[in-house]
Design a protein around this ligand. Structure first.
Ligand code: NAP
Ligand code: GDD
Length: 368
């Protein structure tokens, strides 16, 4: 039986792992590319490793020969997804060269290999709302938004590398006739999100804090089974437990964050990989914005996440640390997903409330 074959570069990441789940559920033969690491980086896809239609290969998109070998080894590949990136904006200011090599040039390595090998596959590039940077349009109600027509004004080495990859994808579509599409995805999060992105940093901290609180309060307590999401803490409990008075030095560090005033359009990663797949099912390749259309500040996210454990005022738990400020910031992101909705029917299934609930449930249960 001839199955649809896909290659995912970046399969060990948040989106790659959700996409692999989706494609496997659709009956695909999936080749997942992971880069060589000194420790195991397959945590997010470990549930797929023994699946008969899931194949893990090693490779690195900064190495053109490695990309060619992977593409060559799979006969008649149908879909190639490039999700691989140095994807942390803050890190890109400290490692711009590495970010360029992976996030920018890596995409070119894949596109050029597809052309050189004469493959007839479809290609997806993971473009980003970071590319808009400081730019937005204003609608008839005076609301700011970004869509496929909004100009790019990138504010970080990461965003500049993403712009280069985005334009390269367009060029290969137009100059070489490739079925190459780019999804301009706004922030999307979830229980598999890397722990140094702001949403997961918050939910993970709260999960650890609750675990610590329960453990210190009563060492006999199996906190997972007795935990009540609605429980509240008194302010005095916060980071120094009464046992400190008994001579034990038990403290819990506060949550240290940077800019709390940026606006982000946060969706759920599981919903967004569906949009990637839909793009490659269209007859014509194109670029699409993928987002929820709603925007919130980091403060709003903190309200929701702390609210989940019954804390209304989180100010005593959070410290603003300039160490986490960025040299340049993207202040406002709110997308308009009219185009993808009209062309493919795609819509987000999670609002902020649902997203926070999913992440909090996960981090409070400590499953990963
Ligand atoms: P992620 O969790 O950081 O995953 C990135 C993936 O790229 C990981 O599998 C990583 O491998 C891999 N990778 C890094 N360098 C590589 C290299 N040189 N060769 C091969 N693979 C390499 O990112 P994500 O959140 O899943 O995002 C997926 C893609 O969408 C990225 O391109 C990101 O920039 C873009 N994007 C993300 C969002 C978002 O909100 N999540 C929004 C817009 C666009 P390791 O696991 O070994 O680190
Ligand atoms: N990471 C982080 N850590 N961000 C913080 C912190 C902190 O301690 N404190 C405040 N922030 C602010 C950042 O300054 C930024 O304004 C916002 O929280 C979101 O930061 P991230 O979660 O790191 O995401 P991002 O918006 O910079 O980038 C993500 O979304 C892009 C799409 O717009 C990444 O997933 C990118 O790969 C993606 O392209």
């Amino acid at each position: 039986m001839d199955r649809t074959k896909a290659i995912i570069f970046g399969a060990t990441g948040q989106d790659g792992s959700h996409l692999a789940d989706l494609l496997i559920s659709k009956g695909y033969e999936v080749t997942a590319v992971s880069r060589r690491c000194s420790v195991d980086n397959t945590q997010r896809i470990k549930h797929l490793l023994d699946h008969e239609r899931f194949h893990l290969v090693q490779g690195d998109i900064t190495d053109a020969s490695s990309v060619i070998n992977i593409l060559q080894d799979i006969e008649n590949v149908d879909e190639v997804y490039n999700l691989a990136a140095q994807s942390h904006v803050g890190v890109s200011f400290k490692q711009p060269g590495l970010t360029w090599d992976i996030t920018g040039k890596g995409c070119l390595n894949i596109l050029q290999s597809i052309v050189d090998l004469g493959l007839h596959c479809r290609f997806y590039q993971a473009s980003s709302s970071e590319m808009f940077g400081d730019s937005y349009d204003v609608n008839e109600h005076g609301e700011k938004y970004q869509n496929e027509q909004t100009k790019f004004l990138p504010q970080s080495p990461y965003a500049i590398a993403k712009c280069a990859a985005h334009y390269m994808t367009r060029l290969f579509r137009e100059a070489n006739g490739l079925h190459a599409s780019a999804g301009i995805l706004f922030n999307h999060e979830g229980e598999r999100r890397g722990e140094n992105f702001v949403t997961r940093k918050i939910t993970k901290w709260i999960g650890n804090f609750v675990r610590w609180k329960k453990h210190v309060a009563d060492e006999e307590t199996e906190w997972e089974s007795t935990y009540e999401p609605a429980m509240t803490f008194s302010e005095d409990d916060i980071h120094i437990h009464p046992k400190v008075a008994e001579g034990e030095n038990i403290k819990f560090p506060k949550l240290r964050l940077g800019n709390l005033d940026a606006f982000r359009d946060w969706g759920y990663a599981g919903d967004y990989v569906e949009a990637m797949w839909l793009m490659l099912q269209q007859e014509q390749p194109d670029d699409y914005v993928v987002c929820t259309g709603k925007t919130y500040t980091i403060r709003d996210f903190l309200d929701e996440a702390f609210g989940y454990i019954g804390i209304e005022d989180w100010s005593d738990f959070v410290v603003v640390d300039p160490k986490f400020y960025r040299p340049a910031e993207v202040d406002y992101l709110r997308g308009d997903h009219s185009k993808i909705k009209e062309k493919t029917g795609w819509e987000p299934k999670h609002d902020l409330d649902g997203l926070v609930r999913t992440m909090m449930e996960h981090d409070l249960n400590g499953i990963i």
